[in-house]
Design a protein around this ligand. Structure first.
Ligand code: GLA
Length: 395
């Protein structure tokens, strides 16, 4: 089979921790020690996709792979990334350049607005997260940077403040029309827990999740700023405006109930109908999934994940054939469930499988994927991990 032109090289994960890597990169680039190092995790969203910008719930888990930022106060701004190379000297007030360092520039601008930025800094970044795999490498970067740079300015921002700085950096400065899920889990994640985040009122509820998850990367990169997410968000806003004509008090699409769908379907222009159906049914599935997880019913949780994937496939139209195949084979070989996670149009599938059989199931999935697409997928497992933290490097 010909390979997709957007296929990425398999992720290379350095065995050293990202904090240690950022620190040693700092010493080799700047010939001195960093004075603050912070790291934040990527995330896998169990369920609740494209609900966070529609006032619905999400159920993400912070993962063990992290991005670390090492920094030291300086007169100017200079940044080097282990994976992306040197961004050189940064002009914080100049127009964005559409490069990776825009995210850091965005964080600095937002910290300045809070008087929580240093005058300048030398910065290095290292990560064990795959970039563009739907695992929220950008929120890991912005939350870690917000923590490290605010420490340099002598401030201790709360997890909620760090999440808000990171969200504003991505949404207002970089221009990605994301919701608040990724920054919130990167800041508030906890070991062995998923987080039920009700985005309409900001409520956070920890749900115990001691188990292991598998990540199967499709190898197809998505770039959020490429427009698909922004386009879906515009469709949702348009749909909300239509719905408000018959429900004047409606603030979010996720406030509609499944019982409202027939009426909505009669009133909405046909292309918007499946988008609204996804948001409404996904909202219901996400709350049921949190209950299933809290009750230890992984089979029920798995069924909800698969229903969520089908909704993304047929109603939100954000899946890709690679992800559809992974979900289908994982379930056929005995997984509880599987689902494309994150924004979509590429990225990774999360697989929830019985612990005694998970390696066999993943091997079967990898075999069928290779047979169909001509290359093996990158697969790895993770447990729920802590959110942002200050790191110290000893020795
Ligand atoms: C991206 C955005 C999130 C969320 C997901 C889809 O990851 O950053 O805010 O909208 O897509 O659920």
């Amino acid at each position: 089979m010909p390979q997709s032109p957007s296929r990425e090289k398999p992720t290379r994960v350095n065995p050293l921790s990202s904090a240690r890597l950022a620190s040693s990169l700092f010493q080799s680039c700047f010939a001195t020690q960093p004075t603050a190092i912070a790291s934040a995790p990527g995330r896998v969203n169990l369920i609740g996709e494209h609900t966070d910008y529609n006032g619905g719930p999400v159920l993400p888990v912070a993962i063990e792979r992290r991005t670390a930022v090492a920094a030291r106060v300086a007169e100017r701004w200079s940044m080097v990334s282990e994976s992306e190379g040197a961004a050189g000297e940064m002009a914080i007030d100049a127009p964005m350049r559409h490069v990776w360092s825009d995210y850091l520039v965005g964080v600095v601008r937002e910290l300045r607005a809070l008087r929580a930025a240093p005058p300048g800094a030398q910065i290095t970044v290292a990560t064990s997260l795959p970039i563009g795999a739907g695992l929220s490498s950008s929120a890991a970067l912005t939350v870690a940077a917000a923590k490290a740079l605010s420490l340099l300015a002598g401030r201790r921002l709360s997890p909620a403040e760090l999440a808000e700085v990171a969200f504003r950096a991505e949404y207002h400065q970089v221009g990605v029309r994301c919701g608040r899920m990724d920054q919130t889990i990167a800041a508030h994640g906890q070991r062995a827990t998923a987080l039920l985040f009700e985005t309409a009122d900001g409520t956070l509820q920890q749900v115990p999740f001691p188990g292991r998850l598998w990540i199967v990367e499709t190898g197809v990169s998505h770039r959020l700023t490429g427009g698909s997410l922004n386009r879906r968000r515009r469709e949702c806003e348009e749909a909300l405006a239509f719905c408000q004509e018959w429900r004047p008090g409606l603030r979010y699409l996720a406030q509609l109930r499944p019982a409202d769908l027939p009426e909505a379907e009669r009133r909405l222009p046909p292309p918007l109908v499946p988008r609204v159906r996804h948001v409404v049914t996904e909202t219901a599935r996400t709350r049921l999934a949190a209950l299933a997880l809290a009750g230890g019913d992984l089979e029920a949780l798995g069924r909800l994940l698969v229903a969520g994937h089908q909704s993304l496939r047929y109603d939100y139209e954000s899946t890709i054939p690679e992800a559809d195949l992974i979900v289908e084979t994982a379930v056929r070989h005995g997984a509880y469930g599987a689902r494309l996670t994150g924004a979509g149009w590429g990225g990774a599938v999360v697989v929830l499988a019985p612990a005694a059989q998970d390696r066999r199931i993943i091997a079967e999935v990898a075999g069928e994927f290779t047979g169909r697409f001509g290359h093996p997928p990158v697969c790895w497992s993770t447990r729920a991990a802590p959110g942002v933290r200050r790191d110290t490097i000893s020795g």
